[in-house]
Design a protein around this ligand. Structure first.
Ligand SMILES: O=P(O)(O)OC[C@H]1O[C@H](O[C@H]2O[C@H](CO)[C@@H](O)[C@H](O)[C@H]2O)[C@H](O)[C@@H](O)[C@@H]1O
Length: 279
């Protein structure tokens, strides 16, 4: 398993990244891709409410065609069951709650981050936050199995500080949890050394994809995807969709969800051609 230490990770401005579409032939070079995809902002555009982020039938077809030629996993901050219901494809792998909860075809299910002890704490914190934030218009407390997202996208700007203060105050009482950031959300997650990057490495090992003829490709748009880009920096391809507020460990870029769709089609075509050429 490759895992670069934080100091060795190379970070760049998103604007400096070349488009991955122009480099795919070279990156694939007779290798099979293993594709890891974030959900929000990657497969669906960012919208006002989490439940409005519905996968388009076209994107579902593109994913189904890709999964017919290579392993595909969705690696999301969402609850694993929730993202599975949104994608509705049985032959994919799903890592939800930022990688703490993983499932796959043929009844595969595992929770490799070791967060089970945090469940009763997350239940308690969920209730506390629902109560604390009930009078803040637009605030949403979204419980996932192994994380709680507090959304402030629809909160008046002058009230966002109140939301963050409530999150920090609850967190100060529960050292078993830590704070994470995302697009207009504060997240409360188990205070453990586990994240999307570790989940990707875990899947590569479990699916026996750690081999020279496989190229792992991770596509994501958010700050939590940086762990995955960093984990794959020496052994795969990190692709940032759009930009977030920080520098990135990704090596390539795509503009938006439409660009992701076109890239996945290109990838399917090339992976299929490579496979047929090897027969
Ligand atoms: O890792 P992801 O699959 O990208 O999930 C990250 C978070 O995505 C969702 O929130 C984000 O998308 C919403 C819908 O577009 C948007 O309203 C919100 O502002 C974004 O932060 C999801 O609701 C969270 O649970 C995920 O952690």
């Amino acid at each position: 398993m490759t895992n670069l230490s934080r100091t060795e990770i190379q970070k760049r401005e998103a604007s400096e990244l070349p488009s991955v579409s122009n480099h795919l032939n070279k990156l694939l070079e007779n290798k099979t891709p293993a594709v890891f995809l974030d959900y929000d902002g990657c497969l669906t555009p960012i919208v006002k409410q989490p439940e409005m982020a519905v996968l388009s039938p076209e994107m579902r077809d593109v994913l189904a065609e890709l999964a017919a030629v290579c392993p595909v996993a969705i690696v999301s901050g969402r609850d694993r069951q929730n993202v599975q219901q949104l994608v509705q494809l049985d032959n994919l792998y799903y890592a939800g709650s930022h990688g703490f909860d993983i499932s796959g075809p043929d009844g595969m299910h595992t929770e490799p981050g070791g967060a089970a002890e945090a469940l009763p704490i997350l239940d308690e914190v969920d209730k506390l936050l629902q109560d604390e934030l009930k009078d803040i218009q637009g605030a949403i407390v979204e419980r996932k199995r192994y994380a709680i997202a507090v959304h402030y996208r629809n909160v008046a700007e002058e009230k966002v500080a109140i939301v963050e203060k409530a999150v920090d105050s609850v967190l100060s009482r529960f050292p078993q949890l830590k704070k994470g950031l995302g697009k207009k959300i504060y997240e409360l997650k188990p205070n453990l050394d586990w994240h999307k990057g570790k989940a990707v490495l875990w899947l590569l090992d479990a699916l026996e994809l750690n081999k020279p003829d496989v190229v792992p490709i991770y596509i994501g748009d958010d700050i939590t995807d940086e762990d995955a880009f960093a984990s794959l920096q020496e052994m795969g391809v990190g692709v940032l969709v759009g930009a977030h507020d920080d520098k990135t460990a990704a090596s390539y870029s795509l503009k938006d969800v439409e660009d992701v769709k076109a890239f996945l089609q290109q990838l399917t075509y090339l992976a299929k051609s490579n496979r047929e050429a090897q027969l």
